[in-house]
Every structure is written in C-alpha cells, then in structure tokens.
Design a binder for this molecule. Structure first.
Ligand SMILES: [Zn+2]
Length: 416
C-alpha cells in the first residue's frame, strides 16, 4: 500500500470524492477498462491533447492515476501508460447470507487482498450481525497492517429488499428486526472514513458478473439466483437496473400455479414457493414417503426425516428417476417464467447461480428447454443460458465493485 495520502482525502473526510466532469470521466474509463496511453484516452473522450495533459497531470498529483510503464511504439517515442492507482486506498466488500458473512478487502483495482468468512444468523438482528461485519472488516485490516483510515468504502449485499437510495431494508421476509434499520450509520460509526453502500444480494451478484464474471462483455443480461428463494439481477445497457424503488427483478413472487402452495408473502403458487430449495426438498420427502424413490428414502432415514435440495441432486446423480423428475419440474417452472422475461426484455445472456443451481445438469437443461420452447425465435437467436462463471464469488466480487463505484463522483459545475 502506498503510505502517502491523496490531497483528495484531506479535502473530503469521506467519499464521494468530487472531481470535475473531465477528470471524473478519465477516472471512470481507466477504472473500468484501463490501462491506456494519453493518446488512447484522447481517442475515447474526444478531448484535445492539451486538455488530456492537464487532466492527467492533476489526477497524478491527486494520486488517483499513476504512470505504470511504457506501451508499444508506433514509430517515435514509446507512449507512457496510465493506470488507476491501485494503492489509493482500500475498500471492503461484504456478502451477507442468512447464515454466513463473507468479507473481502480489495485494492482500488478491485483485486482482493484478504478474505474471511464467519457463521452468523441474520435472525439475531442487526446489532449483533453488524457488530460481526465490523469485526470482520477490522480483522482483515489488522492482518494486512492497513490503518482503518485507509478504508474508503464498504459495499454490502443483504438477503432482502433494499431501497437503494437510503440503503434501508423494507419488509425483509427472512430478517426480522431489520426493517428500516440504519445499516450505513452503524458501520460509519465504526469506520468514519468510509462511505457505506447497501444493496440487495442479487443486485450485488449481477454487478460481480458484469465487472469480473461472464457478463464482462454483455450489455443486457440477467443473473438468476436459486437458493432458499429466487431472485433476478438485471443489467441494462451495461448498468445494474434496480427499478424505481430498488426491487426490480423480484421474480420469486410471480405466480406459476393458481392451485399451488401458499407462499410466505401470502399469495398462492409463487415461483419461489413452488421451485426453490425448500419446495424441491418437500417434494423429495413426499416422493420418499410414497415409496417411489429408494435412494431418497434411504437418505431420509439417515437424515432423521429431512431432505435438502442437495440430497435430491445426489439422488439424481445416482440415477434416481423420481429425483430427476423433481429437478426437471423445478427447472420447468423457472424456465417458463424466464421465457416471459426473455420475450419482454430480450437479454443476450442468462446466468444461473445460487446454492440450488448445482443440483445436476438436468436443472440447467430443463431451464434451457423451457426458455427456448416458449420464447420468440428472434429473442433466443443469440441468447446463452449458463451457470455463473464466478459461482460463489459473485456476491463478494460484486460487493467490492459496489464499494469502488461510489468512491468518486462528478462535481456539479455551476451553469453559465
Ligand atoms: Zn410469494
């Protein structure tokens, strides 16, 4: 880590660090797709050479940008290559699940330098869990011998609906006691040098895929998380789309069966209640008790009368017909909902992730079959449906980029 402190960090106690429009643009370009030479930046921005020189010189002075070596010469002097200064400071990303916290510390290029996980129970309430979050971040800083003042931002993904503008959870079904709890203030109280950004876990995962996963070259795509619930992160035009209040993509409560089971939201036949992990497990218990599945029956006995989606995957892999039927049925319902979304939205990629997604190839095959069967031919011509490339790391990676995305902002210049 560079020990020097940028003048920006003495002007602003916490991010966002405000930059004039031209400087903010160059920072954004270098941060998301750098390194570049001055000539390349001029080509991308359309700024004059003189303007680039003054912008870049100032950014170097602020220690936001650094010269990292020489590029290829196309005749004449070799151009100096500019990059975002990875050592400007550090950020933390936290992926909060119902029963676990995964934390990472990253430099300003998003490279993870330390990571840590602990078990929690979100039902213990915000005070207890957020104390764990702060202790986890503090421990990672200590391990890396980084002063707490070097922490510029914390990004957190939480398993519930978040009003993004305020960072507040609104009626979270699996997080009692978290309703409108001031998460940002709590963490800022411990790390006053950091800006804190809170978002729904699936939005964070889709951001991870956009910046460092399978979505890196995609403009319009979905990330579907199948676990205890079902949610969908949406990228439109290269940006995460959150809707007007932050809950775009909550596809778990689309009705797939008017005669289905009652969902925890109070409605009947929601996708989540019919096709997520608990529904798969429940159907498997019924199959085992009905005597139609010797392998599931054996696991049920060994597990004291319970089964998980993972058990169904294991039985399916062993060739159990009933287990594969359950997996295909869950894939069918998810595929049918996705087909409607494909017709409506026309994405180029759908990524499937989350704890239940790896219960067997039948699952992905069934989703694919149903999407292709029920969507318009033009909408599926270039559509890929695949497993997440970064898998379990999508949440932590996205949380790091969520933090980084909020460190710099454009200064509003006075009109006239
Ligand atoms: Zn529901």
């Amino acid at each position: 880590m560079s020990p020097a402190i940028s003048p920006l960090r003495t002007i602003y106690r916490t991010p966002p660090y405000l930059l004039p429009e031209s400087e903010a643009r160059v920072v954004e370009i270098l941060r998301k797709s750098g390194p570049y030479s001055r000539t390349e930046i001029a080509d991308i921005t359309g700024y004059s050479r003189a303007k680039i020189t003054s912008v870049v010189n100032h950014l170097i002075e602020l220690q936001v940008v650094e010269e990292t070596g020489e590029g290829d010469s196309h005749g004449g002097r070799r151009p100096r290559i500019l990059n975002f200064n990875a050592g400007f400071g550090v950020v933390a990303g936290v992926d909060m699940g119902a029963t676990s916290l995964d934390g990472a510390l990253a430099n300003f290029k998003g490279q993870i330098i330390e990571r840590r996980s602990v078990s929690i129970d979100v039902r213990d309430g915000p005070d207890s869990v957020l104390n764990c979050v702060c202790a986890l971040v503090a421990e990672m800083l200590r391990n890396q011998e980084i002063a707490a003042e070097q922490l510029c931002a914390v990004g957190i993904g939480v398993p519930g609906p978040v009003e993004f503008s305020t960072g507040l959870l609104i009626a979270p079904p699996i997080m009692p006691g978290w309703e409108a709890y001031p998460i940002r203030n709590f963490i800022r109280g411990v790390f006053p040098s950091a800006i804190v950004i809170v978002d729904n876990d699936v939005n964070v995962m889709v951001l991870g895929e956009l910046r460092a996963g399978a979505g890196i070259r995609e403009e319009n795509f979905f990330f579907v998380k199948v676990g205890t619930g079902i949610g969908c992160g949406i990228v439109v035009g290269g940006k995460v789309y959150r809707g007007s209040t932050g809950c775009a993509g909550d596809i778990g409560h689309i009705c797939v069966d008017r005669n289905g089971v009652v969902c925890h939201c109070g409605n009947i036949g929601c996708l989540e209640a019919m096709a997520a992990g608990p529904a798969i497990a429940q159907r498997a218990v019924a199959a085992a008790l009905a005597g139609g599945s010797p392998i599931l029956e054996k696991i049920l006995k060994a597990n004291n009368g319970t089964l998980t989606a993972k058990d169904v995957g294991a039985a399916g892999a062993a060739g159990e017909r009933a287990a594969n039927e359950i997996i295909r049925e869950s894939g069918r319902m998810i595929g049918e909902v996705l087909a409607s979304l494909v017709n409506f939205f026309n994405p180029s990629l759908i990524l499937i992730g989350g704890g239940v997604s790896n219960i067997g190839h039948q699952f992905l095959a069934s989703i694919r079959r149903n999407v292709l069967h029920r969507s318009l031919p033009l909408s599926t011509r270039h559509l890929r449906i695949d497993y997440s490339m970064i898998g379990a790391d999508a949440g932590i990676t996205g949380a790091v980029y969520l933090a980084l995305d909020h460190v710099f902002a454009m200064k509003r210049e006075r009109a006239g």
